[in-house]
Write a protein that binds this ligand. Structure first.
Ligand code: HAS
Length: 552
């Protein structure tokens, strides 16, 4: 029998404080990053210029770092910390200390990186590609964010390990298992970015070495960069698999299928970074091809997730008497923000995932690479599917942690917030995809490129992006109003932490799923297989390296 978690168990108030601290930083990042996003779309419309000599690439870097790296990492660590506390038991004092140390390391790192970006010493965008060279404090700050997240992750692993020790022979609670898989994947992935920062970018920015090997640093970045996107996605999947079934009054389709999905992500998330470098010279095409095949392997767990979610919705619908192929759709609880907001995210993930499959296909990537199509892709994935799920989670988790209630009026506002996001993102992301197909570049400020006809053709799409981006900014303001209400002003009360049960309670998840030596062993083999030969190749044929550039 699988373990069911009592709905009555509340996250311990001391653990709740750790999670809430993470959420404050996450949502300050959302507010500032969102404002930068608004400024960007306005500049790119060609109708607005930044005041006071502020550079476009400075705000673009602020936006990317705050939204892509800070908001996500802080929210995920806060959410997973609470999820493990709820399902595997209150964290020990040592684990809680680790949670706080991790939090403070990440916060200090964030402040260091932010100070450098805001003083225009690090306008290197969120991918900080060499040979663009930032101030060393920027790299050190990001290192602290990563190290802090390891310490934070260690807290979750400690509590999970304690649960397993106390419950030999039993599969661990599903939500805790998922959180730990994501943390382990994150640790494996961040080894890549830690290597390039510590061994290449820091010594180079400190002036200890003169030149940097650009291809090595980009390869190490993308070794990290692709699992990074699954590090964002898996907490959303945790909510889709485990929380949403409970919210709608249904069941998890299969506990074992959910666990297998997460294991497949652990195995296949890392050895695929070359699909971000398909157009990069200096990497043998045979190895790109192999990593593209592995990329298509990592699509499978998402297809399994789609299957499982449809099954949950359909079975719930049938239990309510729904008929026909899509009858279940009507009986879903549309008036419940905890469901509707993440559901909008799920729907967005269908075209988002299809776009990802286009990107991963070499010939098609030649059309879209470095165009704003890619920006459209990741605003549907991380900025809609993932973010709306995180906001949907906040609508119950924040009041659960602060001992307050999501009132009817806030629930209504939250649903409006979800739809506002949907409308804004439809404008912005569709326009980005279309402009990308017409060759509109990403990572670039407004220009008519000497009034060339092609660039003039992009302008209507850029205006549509400005309209969409402005609507999205309203969506952020609505969220912040709700968050502040739930954190400080909503009436005191109890809000449920919904944890679903599997449909078949007799189904026992195979214990092999928790054989970490096996899964980490296969992960290591796959990584070594995909990277060893091309990496040796890259190093053996390395050019003399590049000096640093500051183009801003
Ligand atoms: Fe991606 C670029 C390929 C998923 C994020 N991606 C990016 C970048 C970001 C990003 C940030 O191969 C830009 C990086 C940069 O700055 O350069 N991506 C993929 C593939 C997938 C994928 C194959 N990406 C994501 C996710 C992200 C993300 C997830 C963030 C969270 N991506 C690429 C490639 C590039 C790339 C290339 C480089 C492009 C270039 O040229 O630079 C797959 O994992 C997608 C699989 C997804 C599915 C969808 C399953 C659908 C589900 C929803 C079910 C819905 C239900 C509701 C049940 C197969 C689970 C139903 C209701 C109804 C009413 C119908």
């Amino acid at each position: 029998m699988i373990n069911s978690v009592s709905a009555k168990v509340k996250v311990d108030p001391k653990d709740a404080k750790v999670s809430m601290a993470h959420f404050y930083v996450a949502f300050i990042a959302l507010a500032l990053g969102g404002l930068m996003g608004l400024l960007q779309v306005l500049v790119r419309s060609g109708k607005f210029e930044l005041p006071l000599g502020i550079g476009y690439y400075e705000i673009l870097t602020t936006h990317g770092v705050l939204m892509g790296l800070i908001l996500t990492t802080f929210f995920i660590m806060g959410f997973q910390y609470a999820a493990v506390s709820k399902t595997a038991g209150t964290h020990s004092n040592a684990a809680r200390r680790a949670g706080w140390i991790g939090f403070w390391l990440m916060t200090i790192g964030t402040l260091m990186a932010a100070a450098m970006i805001l003083t225009n010493k690090a306008s290197v965008l969120y991918t900080f590609y060499a040979p663009l060279q930032a101030h060393w404090i920027f790299y050190l700050g990001l290192t602290l964010v990563v190290v802090g997240s390891w310490v934070d992750g260690a807290a979750q692993i400690m509590t999970y390990a304690k649960w397993r020790k106390n419950n030999p022979g039993k599969p661990s609670p599903l939500l805790s298992f998922m959180a730990v898989i994501n943390t382990v994947m994150w640790i494996v992935a961040t080894l890549g970015v830690a290597s390039t920062v510590l061994f290449q970018l820091l010594p180079w920015s400190l002036g200890l070495v003169d030149r940097v090997d650009v291809l090595v640093s980009r390869t190490l970045f993308w070794y990290f960069g692709h699992p990074l996107v699954y590090f964002w996605l898996l907490p959303a999947y945790m909510a889709w698999y485990v929380v949403i079934p409970k919210v709608i009054g249904g069941k998890i389709f299969s506990d074992s299928l959910a666990r297998l999905t997460f294991i497949l992500f652990l195995l296949f998330s890392v050895p695929v970074g070359f699909h971000h470098q398909l157009m990069e010279p200096g990497i043998d095409p045979a190895w790109k091809f192999i990593q593209v095949i592995l990329t298509f392997m990592v699509v499978i767990p998402s297809l399994m997730t789609a299957f499982s979610l449809f099954a949950t919705f359909e079975r719930y619908g049938r239990s309510k008497g729904a008929k026909g192929l899509f009858g279940w759709f009507k009986v879903l609880p549309w008036n419940d923000a905890r469901f509707t907001v993440p559901f909008i995210g799920m729907v967005a993930f269908i075209p988002a995932g299809a776009g990802g499959i286009v990107n991963a296909s070499n010939q098609m990537d030649q059309v879209v690479h470095n165009t704003i199509w890619v920006t459209g892709h990741f605003h549907l994935t991380v900025a809609t599917a993932v973010l709306l799920t995180f906001l949907g989670v906040s609508y119950w988790l924040v009041p659960h942690l602060t001992g307050r209630k999501l009132t009817k009026s806030m629930n209504k506002l939250a649903i409006i917030q979800g739809w506002v996001w949907f409308i804004g993102m439809t404008f912005m992301s569709v326009a980005m995809h279309l402009e990308g197909l017409l060759g509109g570049p990403r990572r670039s400020s407004f220009s008519t490129y000497g009034n060339s006809q092609q660039a003039l053709d992009w302008i209507p799409y850029q205006i549509a992006q400005a309209v969409g981006g402005s609507i999205l900014f309203i969506g952020i303001i609505l969220f912040l109003i709700i968050f502040i209400n739930l954190a400080f002003f909503a009436p005191k009360g109890e809000e449920e932490f919904p944890v679903g049960e599997a449909e078949n309670l007799e189904e026992k998840a195979p214990l092999v799923f928790e054989n970490w030596k096996l899964w980490l062993g296969i992960t290591a083999v796959l990584i070594l297989f995909a990277y060893t030969v091309p990496f040796i190749d890259i190093i053996q044929n390395a050019p003399i390296g590049s000096k640093g550039f500051k183009t801003w």
